[in-house]
Structure formats: C-alpha cells, structure tokens
Design a protein around this ligand. Sequence first.
Ligand SMILES: *Cc1c(COP(=O)(O)O)cnc(C)c1O
Length: 379
Amino acid sequence: MTEKPRIWLSSPHMGGQEQKFVQEAFDTNWVAPLGPNVNDFEKDLERYSGVSHAAALTSGTAAIHLALILLGVERGDEVLVSSFTFSGSINPILYQNAIPIMVDSEPDTWNLCPDSLEEAIKDRIGKGKKPKALVLVHLYGMPAKLKEILSICNQYGIPIIEDAAEALGSSYQGKKLGGFGDFGIYSFNGNKIITTSGGGALLSNNERWIEKSRFLATQARDQAPHYQHSEIGYNYRMSNIVAGIGRGQMLVLDEWVQKRRNVNRFYRQILREIPGVTFLTEPSDQYFSNYWLTTITIDEKETGIDREKVRLGLMDQNIESRPLWKPMHKQPVFESYPYYGNHFSEQLFETGLCLPSGSNLTEAELERVKNTLTTIFEI
Ligand SMILES: *Cc1c(COP(=O)(O)O)cnc(C)c1O
C-alpha cells in the first residue's frame, strides 16, 4: 500500500511574486543584510499594520529580545508573560537574565486573563518589585482581551510588548494587532500565516526606539570610519534576499487570511453537531481572528473519545495535527518561576488539538481530513 501524501498543519504558501523580488536582489547584487527589499518590506509592514515604524529582523524571538532591551529590562527584573504560548515569547526574558512571571489564560480568548494579570501585578508590587513589562500573546491569531488588559497596564504604568507572531492580519475593534502595545512583534517563520523562510519584525509608533533597534540589530556600530562600539550589539537584521520573499508574501496576506478563515468555517460545518467539541471562537464582533490555526477542545466525557485518539486517527491517514501549546509554567525549564492563574491552560493542553489549517490546503485535501474526522467521530 502506498502511503497517502502528507497533509501538513501549516506549510509555506508562496503567492507567485516572491522570486521576482529575490531576482531583483540578485540582479542589483544586493545580496546583503540591508538593501531595497528590506526598506520596502518595512514600509509594507508599516502600511499594513498601521504602526508608524517597523524593523525587519531575523526572527520574532529577536524582536521580543530587542523590545525588552529597549524597555531597559536587566538582570533580576521581573517581566510578565502569557503562560499559554510558544517558548519564543518567554526565552528572551531569560536572555536578559530577568525573571518571567507567568500568567494564565481565560476561557473566552484562551489568552491572558485580566483578573490573573491584576492579581500578579499587585502581588509582585507587594513583594517589592513592579514588573518592568508584559509580553502579551495573541495565540492562534485570536486577539486577547485588550480593553481590560490595556486599562490594567495603564493604571500600573507597565509597558506592553504585543506578541502577534501568530496574529498578523488579526484585529481588535477594527485596529490591527501589533499596534496596541508600546511594541508589537510579528514572525515570518515557515509555519506562520506568511513566511520569509524565517524572520520577524519589531514595530512601534516610537521612531527613536525602532531606529535604536536597527542599531542594536547590526552589532551596535557607532558612527566612525573604523569599527567602534560603546554598546553590546546583536546580529539580528533581516537579509535583503529574505525580505524579497516578504515583499511577495505581503501581496497575498489578506487573501491568505481569508483562506484560513474559510478553513475554519469548513471545520465548524463538519463538527458543529458533536457535543463536547468546542472551537476557539471570536467572543464578539470586536474580535477578528486570522484563524492562523483552527483549534478545538475535545471533552472526552461527552464525545467518548479523547484528544489523542483523534490525533492518532488523523496520523494514521498521514494527516498532521498537534496538541495545543504546553503552558510555559509546566515546562521543566520554566516551572520554578512564579505563576499566577487558575490553571485553565493545563486543561487546554490536555484536551486541545490544532487541525490542518494552511491557506494552501486543496479541496481534495480538506475532503480527506473531513472523511477521516467523520470516521473518527462516527458522524
Ligand atoms: C513563532 C512564535 C514566536 C517566535 O517567532 P520566531 O520567528 O519563530 O522566532 C513567538 N511567539 C509566538 C506566540 C510564536 O508563535
């Protein structure tokens, strides 16, 4: 029996114009870090996000790292972070030798719980240290409860780094995510909604910060004919080749968002009648998700099958699916750091599954996933 071709969770989807921009870079010999594609990709990002300044970098993780540095986070400082996330949100806090204070999620958006956030802030202040920043994650493309969270952070004077790595194209109250915090970050890793093969961006309305981030990202070279340094620098700048891919991807971003949303609707139609299957859903018309990944939870008591049975059933048909993120406060490397919340994300990790969600899924592939799910759930 020949194996059926693999159906991926989320694979790169080129729009067709990417190679033209890469070719331009070759034709003009801008095969370098920096160049016209980088400048234009940054302008594309500024225009799209509505944030005035963007720096194209090697990764989303690098963008978070630079944001922390620009906010003055140093050894021993405390930084609040969503616990239900990918490790790229939290690792840069440790690069600064700072202390991550992990805060759990609430059930409506699966993102940071405002009540737990306020509890954490009060408790940390009571213990003698006000957190220096919050890394706020919009997971799977779903906007967090921004109104409540912004109000709390304003009240206590805590700057926000919006981790919109998975949420490019999502918006809240009609405004694009990445533009609410003091900083926003995007990722263009291979599995994200658009990709440059690997890359990221740092955004802010504060021009000085973004200029400084470009300086730090190119080894912090002072103005001088020789190499002169008075600060620690990093090699975090996006290359002109990679940015060419990004320029091509920006041309199709809105279309890809629509396709992901269509995939999400497709799964809802298949699974809507199954009691015990719950979708991560926009809580109101204030929330617009790019539905980067379609995510469900499976209540074994109601469905009679657990998450692993569904995952393995899909794997049998060579269809990739994945448990939801394992929360950071349950990761061996972070579990000794402070945590606040009601452990909701642990339940998500136990029962949750990400379904194949690429914008490049064909009708035949979706049909294969549908037939497999129909068999597993005995619909
Ligand atoms: C992908 C991702 C990152 C890191 O982005 P990279 O470009 O892979 O470094 C950070 N946070 C979240 C939530 C992500 O999904």
